[in-house]
Write a protein that binds this ligand. Sequence first.
Ligand SMILES: CC(C)(COP(=O)(O)OP(=O)(O)OC[C@H]1O[C@@H](n2cnc3c(N)ncnc32)[C@H](O)[C@@H]1OP(=O)(O)O)[C@@H](O)C(=O)NCCC(=O)NCCS
Length: 175
Amino acid sequence: MATEVRLLTPNEVEAGITSLAAILLDAVTSGASVSFLENFTLEMAKNFWIGLLPAVNQGQILILGALRDGQLVGTVQLHINTPPNQPHRADVAKLLVHRSARRLGIARKLMQYVEEVALDSNRWLLTLDTVPNSPAEQLYLSLGYVGIGIIPGYALLTDGRLGDTKIFYKQLASG
Ligand SMILES: CC(C)(COP(=O)(O)OP(=O)(O)OC[C@H]1O[C@@H](n2cnc3c(N)ncnc32)[C@H](O)[C@@H]1OP(=O)(O)O)[C@@H](O)C(=O)NCCC(=O)NCCS
C-alpha cells in the first residue's frame, strides 16, 4: 500500500479533524509525551485541532498529512509564526503516526517532506524537541538533527511523572 505525504490545505485540515484527533489520541494512549496526559479523550483531541484552525487558515501553521488509501495515518506540523527577528526559523511539532501504520517509514517521509516545505517558506533553521532515548530521537539523529541538551523535568509524561526533554536543531542551508 503506497503512502502519500503532502501539505494539507486548511479545508483538508478542517475536514480531517476526526482522523487527526484519532491519530493524536492513539499517540497519547500509546504513552507518547505530546503535550497531553492519560485522561485525554477524542473530544479533547478534536478541540486541540480545532484550536489550531485560525493559525492554519492564516498560514502560520502548516500541517502535513500522510495518507494510505486516502486515509490519514500520520501528520507533522511546521510552525512558521516566529517573531519578526526569526524569519528564517520554524518549529517542527506533533510528528505522529498511528500505531496501525508505524515502522513503515512514514515518519521519515513526513520529516523529509517538512524540510522541503520549510525551504519553500524560506525557513532554513528548524528546531524541535522530544523525549530523550525515544524512537523519535533516533529518527531525528538519523536525519542530521543536532541535539543541544536536555532540560530535566521539562514536562509531565502521560502518567503524570516528570520527564526530560531534549532540544534539537537542523540547518537546512546556511544563512
Ligand atoms: C515516533 C514515530 C512518529 C515514528 O513513526 P514511524 O512512522 O513508525 O517511524 P519510521 O517507520 O519512519 O521510522 C523512522 C526511524 O525512527 C526510529 N524508530 C521508529 N520507531 C522506533 C521504535 N519503535 N524503536 C526504535 N526506533 C524507532 C528508527 O530510527 C527508524 O528508522 P529505521 O526504520 O531505519 O530503523 C511514532 O512512533 C509515533 O507516532 N510515536 C508517538 C508520537 C511521538 O512520540 N512523536 C514524536 C514527538 S517528538
